[in-house]
Design a binder for this molecule. Structure first.
Ligand SMILES: NC(=O)c1ccc[n+]([C@@H]2O[C@H](COP(=O)([O-])OP(=O)(O)OC[C@H]3O[C@@H](n4cnc5c(N)ncnc54)[C@H](O)[C@@H]3O)[C@@H](O)[C@H]2O)c1
Length: 336
């Protein structure tokens, strides 16, 4: 139909702009025919999630908010990790939705604060008891060179190391709360930019030369490597937890606020027409967090609701293991 053709063209362009490679129309037609409905997520498609709990980092805004809202609409108790400022301006949600706002979770300070919280057995207790799904949405892009409170490069610390540490701190709880027919799920928001990412193991934090694009794409590449390595470890131990990475496509959110002014001016009209809305962008993360057909499925990279190949490097076991080792050392975790 005309409507479907328009959607295919639009998402085709989105893919083109996102991946910097020619449009794969046959793949698109197949994806749209098979998974088209997921892009708009009719509520009936996904199973009810009553009694389950999701922690969504960055859940106060953009795709994080849409993910949190949709998970709550399915009956999940959603714990949002976000800033105090965001909690004050949090859009209204129906009273039946179960939300807990975990205030002042600044991931640029996360490595020390989460660590301290866990050691005191305090900050995370609400989150831990019932956790079922951990959705990593929080992120920054193209910020000027800077450091987290723990002296990590901002993209690497916030987009990657914070997720790495929080997952590891919650892992025992996730293992305990998962069942073999209802696994706990870790969903990590990566990006198509990971395809152009370079991982410099000798200099993960770009100390020898900073590029905002390089730092962002590296952090997203590191997330995919982390996702797969985590899945490998979980599968080897037979634990009822799965770990998947998600690419939302190009989405019109505040993430682009750090583009230079001319690029921002050009982006505005283009984004309105060609980018996804935050709700559309969140759809694959929601699918990965809840869909019954993905029960027990882990170690995948999802785009447009279907599994696709990630960058070649992400399948290299040695690179994954080395990154995991270095990450443990950086955040002061013992490698299990
Ligand atoms: N927008 C896109 O086109 C696009 C494409 C691919 C991947 N992504 C990824 O999607 C995720 C969500 O981004 P978005 O597009 O919704 O952008 P957004 O700017 O609307 O949302 C980012 C979220 O991260 C949170 N955040 C930022 N700094 C933080 C900090 N220091 N501590 C804790 N939380 C912090 C914000 O509060 C916000 O909730 C990011 O990881 C981003 O890299 C976005």
């Amino acid at each position: 139909s005309h409507a479907k053709l328009s959607v295919i063209c639009w998402t085709g362009w989105n893919k083109y702009a996102c991946l910097y490679q020619p449009i794969d129309f046959p793949l698109y037609c197949k994806a749209m025919t098979t998974y088209g409905p997921f892009l708009f997520l009719p509520h009936t498609v996904l199973p009810k999630q009553n009694g389950r709990v999701a922690i969504v980092t960055g859940g106060a805004r953009g795709m994080g908010y849409e993910t949190a809202r949709h998970l709550a609409s399915l009956g999940m108790h959603v714990v949002i990790a976000g800033f105090l400022f965001n909690s004050l301006f949090f859009p209204p949600v129906p009273p039946s939705f179960k939300f807990t706002f975990y205030i002042y979770f600044d991931k640029s300070k996360a490595v020390s604060r989460v660590g301290a919280g866990e050691r005191r057995g305090r900050c995370l207790s609400v989150l831990i008891e019932m956790s079922y799904c951990l959705s990593f949405i929080a992120g920054i892009m193209l910020v000027p060179e800077g450091k987290t409170e723990d002296s990590f490069e901002l993209h690497f610390g916030l987009n990657y190391l914070g997720h790495f540490l929080l997952t590891n701190l919650l892992l025992d709880k996730l293992k305990r709360s998962g069942k073999h027919d209802a696994c706990s799920r870790v969903v990590t928001m990566s990006s198509a930019t990971h395809y152009v990412g370079r991982l410099n193991m000798e200099d993960l934090q770009g100390r020898s030369g900073y590029s905002a694009h390089g730092a962002y794409s590296q952090s997203k590449l590191a997330l995919v490597l982390f996702t797969y390595h985590l899945q490998e470890k979980l599968a080897a131990g037979g634990f009822p937890v799965t770990s998947n990475a998600v690419d939302p496509g190009m989405v019109d959110t505040d993430l682009y606020n750090n583009l230079c002014i001319p690029a921002q001016a050009a982006k505005k009209p283009v984004a309105k027409m060609l980018f996804r809305t935050p709700a559309e962008g969140a759809s694959t993360a929601i699918l990965a967090a809840t869909a019954s057909q993905l029960e027990g499925v882990g170690g995948c990279y999802f785009y447009n609701g279907e599994r696709i190949e990630s960058a070649d490097m992400t399948y290299d076991h040695n690179v994954r293991a080395e990154l995991w080792k270095q990450s443990c050392a950086l955040v002061g975790l013992q490698e299990a």
